[in-house]
Design a protein around this ligand. Structure first.
Ligand SMILES: Cc1ncc(COP(=O)(O)O)c(C=O)c1O
Length: 225
């Protein structure tokens, strides 16, 4: 079973796992052999510093023990976001700061095709300058957008953050889950590369394709003259 994603309370898991325990008992009473339970994923992560911390994996483990531990089954779980979400950042460069009548736009070289969660779910990602500003630096408020021709290419509206300028790098936090894997080449933007970092070591583990490589993937069928 899998009941949903980004769950920040244990109560829905508890209700669901109790049902799994009941069903297992019923199926066994009917003569079925139940040896393994797959309990799905779904445990949430904090996306903003202001968020309350979701339940700890150890509390989740204790809940599993309490609800289905007595059944003597092998237990499988499928956590996704919990493992990779806060292990990844999306780094983007400021292209331009545009002053409108009543707001400032921060235009980045990253776009909705690289990280679609804000456009798709109005998801929040903390966005911070890569080089920490000096204490007391001027704060700013931006509509943070990408360069794609879509009104949905908006990462955040009225976001307060330290002031930045063209060529500065910013990092989107918590982009390790449902980030690069949901990226696309929309608008002929070559797929975002992935870089693995460990301490002071790094390696490009999926290079950005060239335009030639992108185009070479298309083929023209023989029957089309
Ligand atoms: C069947 C199943 N298992 C596991 C997951 C992973 O969920 P999460 O990343 O919330 O742990 C999903 C995602 O929706 C799913 O559909």
């Amino acid at each position: 079973m899998h009941i949903g994603s980004q769950l920040t309370e244990l109560a829905p898991f508890e209700a669901a796992y109790n049902k799994v325990a009941e069903l297992t008992a019923q199926l066994r009473a009917d003569g079925h052999q139940i040896k393994r339970l797959d309990l799905g994923g779904g445990l949430g992560i904090p996306y903003a510093r202001s968020n309350e911390a979701p339940p700890l994996p150890t509390d989740y483990g204790a809940l599993i023990q309490r609800t289905v531990g007595h059944l003597g089954c092998e237990i499988e779980i499928e956590p996704g976001r919990l493992i990779s979400g806060n292990a990844g950042l999306m780094v983007s460069k400021v292209i331009y700061v545009k002053s409108g009548e009543d707001r400032e736009f921060l235009i980045l070289d990253g776009a909705m095709n690289d990280l679609i969660r804000p456009a798709m779910y109005e998801a929040w990602h903390d966005i911070v300058p890569v080089i920490e500003p000096a204490p007391g630096a001027t704060p700013a408020k931006y509509d943070i957008v990408g360069p794609v021709c879509e009104s949905g290419d908006t990462f955040a509206k009225g976001r307060e953050m330290p002031s930045v300028k063209p060529d500065d790098l910013v990092a989107f936090r918590s982009a390790g889950a449902y980030g690069a894997v949901m990226a696309s080449e929309y608008n002929s933007r070559p797929l975002i590369p992935e870089v693995l970092v460990d301490g002071d070591q790094f390696a490009v583990i999926r290079a950005r394709p060239t335009y030639e490589e992108m185009i070479a993937r298309d083929t023209v069928p023989e029957w089309l003259d």
